[in-house]
Design a protein around this ligand. Structure first.
Ligand code: SAM
Length: 845
């Protein structure tokens, strides 16, 4: 944008904390030192030992579990409550003090809320709740809760519901505390190790399932699944967040993008995730840097917790060496090191690295700067035909660095073509008659005048006339749908009595009357008082409009332009835009879902309202990249490179599969003749419907649809908000945020599933609204896989294995031509949403 310099953009600031698994000292403001915050265990080793002792003596007196007469083991006999007594003085170092606001409390990791043994699970629950209650008493505002244990012998993820239920209790107990569930990015059973003193191995054999010998596998979405269950059980609680642990080897980008859509408020980075540069300083790989950069651009950027990076200098080691952290573009710059005769010793190199990384964050893009504070913020749609926009709103529109440029380019091209093709104009003088309809404060008029000068083609411009336009423009103040068109003078005599309004086809009172001194010499007299000429209606050669909404037609551009359709020169007339189309793709959007649910309390129409929203924390459920190939290849490359430098495209999240719902073109030769016997004008020709299928490579939850638009202004001049084409067609355009169609109830999507969306644009001739419905399908094998490759059933797909790659739909094919027809498989519908309708908040015509 003009006048913008990257240096003005402070970029995101990093809040960095220190975590030590066994911190023995009481944390005071002096201890925190150069960090922004610090973790502290709620209870001590003393408490741990006390609970283990209690359990041990209890178990030694407990007979082996037995089934009762009905055949259940969940009896009082087996689950007799063992009560953990309240915390004593030695059980916690924590006391309310001045540092409390900078502390993140950590609950015990040795408990096992998911244990299949009800005794262990209940004991764990008691420990957690005692700790939460004590943290609340001390005024702790943030808690880090170790995530659920997912593997118990051959049982997998069985106890997560118990864990979730305990978290729900904890949320009620610590009513001012923000809870962060600490999770690895993927479920890697090999890394889920029990350590000395853990309760998990104490689960009684009787409650475990016999080992089936099958080795548990790495599950890329295993921990996300657990999180999904926890937050659903807790009804998307507003104080429940993710603390995400960043491993040394990052998972594929499609897993990263899933976490990016979740409320990750803490990002933990272990010392082991760092690489060493040539000078043995800790640095992060490019892939890690890229993920951090993306997370830091979220509406609520996560705090970073450095784990296991050594003790706090001077306090936990007795070493109080103080050296200012290194800084520079390339951390740590070799020249800095080489050129310095002072020996650097940095006691907190990981922290210095992150501070330096913060300074190297790329400047925000124009749309990010423009949309600050609007990320993932739901905005109610406009009523453009019934509510007048305020000047400030226009001022915001007019800041767009691309839209007006592109309109000028399109008008210029259209004028040049007109002249080159020697097309007759609607004006007797040969001027091209151009009307800007819906001109707002007139920026498109200014652009039309510039385009005319640039193309060297004279125009007769209809809109409004102010001094800056040098009287070149004719203003008509009316709804464009009641305008009868421009008028030209014919060389015959007209009577004095003819009034201006009649000549323009609208009421006099709606006309702009130039003040004395306005640059319109004799215009009024000329216009109606000439005795030598007569005014008659003529056509418009080029109609320029910008009536587009985030979903192209949602602000009723089709209906408005229908109103001027007959005014356009029938032989050569042009509309800029010539056409526009609506596009969408299914998304996981947990934050938007919970916001919509909150709004539903006061507004029952909320879950059936399409919202304008700057989408950030979302994950595309259907993508065009092959997760198995492209992503992991990119990922490996990105993981290998280290140090500083630019973050490359190899770290981009997968490209969404965005399909076209429908389109509109202008002028429209197919508007049916309206019946004179009807009091209202039929709008049936602007109804649309579509049914589109989206292969979903990975399991997830569909919360709604992300909608976009594309428009052809003229020739190859196009605007787009579609994330797939925006960069190529109109990068940096800021005028439109996407649209979001919510689902009342989120829908689970299985791995290799398919999402089919049916959508309508409806009208009752008074308003326009949308209806949408989502179906989810799983693929079920009906016979042995077919190895022969035969005719593709959909573009980009082959018969045979229903791998994510083969499920990709690059075309716009709807459900019936989607994955269903693959030999050896059939589609099984596993989910069906209700038919959502925005009729209550429909756009008034
Ligand atoms: C999105 S704004 C665009 C304003 C300006 N052309 C620009 O690009 O900055 C659309 C404008 O069209 C006007 N508008 C919408 N429907 C109209 C109609 N039926 N007749 C006249 N003006 C209309 C609105 O009031 C608004 O000023």
């Amino acid at each position: 944008m003009e006048g913008y310099s990257a240096s003005e953009d402070a970029g995101p600031s990093f809040c960095i904390g220190h975590h030590e698994a066994d911190r023995f000292i009481a944390v005071t403001p002096q201890v925190i030192q150069r960090y922004d915050m610090m973790t502290v265990p709620i209870t001590t080793q003393h408490f741990h030992t006390r609970v283990l002792g209690l359990l041990s003596s209890y178990l030694s007196n407990l007979p082996s579990p037995t089934y009762d007469s009905i055949g259940t083991m969940e009896t009082t006999q087996n689950t007799r409550p063992l009560t953990v007594p309240p915390l004593s003085k030695l059980d916690s170092h924590l006391t309310p003090n001045d540092a409390t606001s900078q502390l993140v409390g950590v609950t015990s990791s040795w408990i096992d809320l998911c244990s299949p043994d009800p005794l262990i699970a209940d004991l764990s629950r008691q420990v957690l709740l005692l700790e939460v209650a004590y943290a609340a008493f001390c005024g702790i505002g943030y808690l880090l809760i170790p995530g659920p244990k997912l593997h118990h012998g051959s049982l997998h993820s069985e106890g997560v519901v118990y864990y979730a239920r305990a978290i729900q209790d904890a949320l009620n107990l610590g009513s001012y505390i923000q809870f962060h569930i600490w999770l690895p990015m993927v479920d890697n059973p090999e890394l889920e190790l029990d350590t000395m003193g853990d309760l998990a191995p104490l689960a009684r054999e009787d409650f475990l399932q016999p080992d089936d010998g099958a080795l548990p596998k790495l599950d890329l979405f295993g921990t996300w699944d657990a999180w999904d269950l926890i937050r659903k059980t807790c009804k998307f609680h507003a104080r429940l967040f993710v603390a995400l642990s960043m491993p040394k080897q990052l998972p594929p980008l499609f897993v990263q993008s899933r976490w990016h859509s979740e409320p990750v408020h803490l990002l933990t980075i272990d010392a082991s995730a760092f690489l060493k540069n040539q000078k043995s300083y800790p640095v992060l790989s490019k892939a890690h840097q890229a993920l951090i950069a993306k997370l830091m651009r979220l509406r609520t950027p996560p705090w970073i917790l450095l784990c296991g990076v050594g003790p706090i200098p001077g306090l936990e080691t007795g070493d109080d060496t103080e050296t200012s952290p290194l800084s520079g573009q390339d951390y740590p710059s070799l020249s800095q090191v080489a050129g310095s005769n002072k020996k650097h010793f940095d006691p907190t190199p990981h922290l210095s690295y992150l501070r330096n990384l913060q300074q190297r964050q790329p400047p925000r893009t124009p749309i990010e700067r423009f949309g600050t504070g609007y990320q993932d913020y739901l905005q109610a749609p406009l009523q453009p035909l019934t509510v007048n926009l305020e000047s400030i709103t226009y001022e915001v529109f007019e800041k767009d660095p691309i839209k007006y440029e592109w309109y000028e380019k399109a008008i210029c091209k259209a004028l040049k073509d007109w002249a080159e093709q020697k097309k007759p104009t609607s004006h007797p003088d040969g001027k091209v008659i151009l009307a800007v309809v819906g001109a707002g404060r007139g920026p498109l008029v200014t652009r039309a005048i510039k385009a005319s000068a640039e193309a060297g083609v004279e125009i007769d411009l209809w809109r409004h006339n102010e001094t800056i336009w040098d009287g070149k423009v004719t203003l008509v103040q009316s709804d464009m749908r009641s305008w009868k068109g421009p008028q030209i003078r014919k060389q015959t005599v007209v009577g004095d009595t003819e009034n201006v309004g009649a000549s323009l086809g609208i009421q006099d009172s709606l006309l702009y009357t130039p003040k004395i001194g306005d640059n319109e010499p004799g215009r009024k007299t000329d216009f109606c008082g000439s005795k030598t000429s007569e005014l008659s209606y003529t056509h418009v050669d080029i109609v320029v409009s910008e009536l587009l909404g985030s979903f192209a037609d949602n602000e009723l551009s089709p209906e408005c332009l229908d109103g001027v359709n007959d005014l356009i020169n029938p032989d050569h007339g042009i509309s800029i835009p010539a056409s526009y189309s609506a596009h969408f793709t299914p998304v996981s959007a947990p934050k938007l879902h919970s916001d919509v649910m909150n709004q539903t309390i006061s507004n029952p129409a909320a879950p059936e309202t399409p919202y304008v929203v700057m989408l950030h924390a979302i994950d595309f459920l259907s993508t065009t990249d092959s997760p198995a190939n492209a992503d992991s290849a990119n990922q490996n490359a990105a993981n290998r490179s280290s140090g500083s430098g630019n973050i490359t495209a190899a770290t981009e999240f997968p490209t969404p599969l965005v399909k076209t719902a429908w389109s509109f073109s202008h002028p429209n030769p197919n508007i049916p003749v309206q019946s004179l016997s009807q009091s209202t004008i039929s709008n049936a020709h602007n109804v649309r419907q579509t049914r589109l299928s989206f292969p979903a490579q990975n399991r997830g939850t569909c919360h709604g649809l992300a909608g976009y638009f594309e428009t052809v202004l003229y020739g190859d001049v196009e605007l787009s908000t579609n994330p797939v084409t925006m960069e190529e067609k109109s990068a940096s355009m800021i005028s439109w945020f996407p649209i979001y169609f919510p689902l009342k109830t989120p829908m689970n999507v299985p791995d290799n599933g398919e999402i089919v969306v049916t959508m309508y644009r409806q009208t009752d001739n008074r308003k326009v609204w949308y209806e949408w419905m989502v179906e989810v399908f799983a693929l079920e094998r009906t016979s042995a896989p077919v190895t022969r490759v035969s005719t593709p059933t959909m573009s980009g797909a082959r018969l045979g294995s229903p791998s994510a790659e083969s499920l990709k739909g690059k075309d716009n094919s709807p459900g019936p031509r989607g994955v269903a027809n693959r030999a050896g498989y059939r589609r099984v519908r596993v989910g069906l949403s209700e038919l959502h309708s925005s009729i209550k908040d429909g756009c008034l015509m």
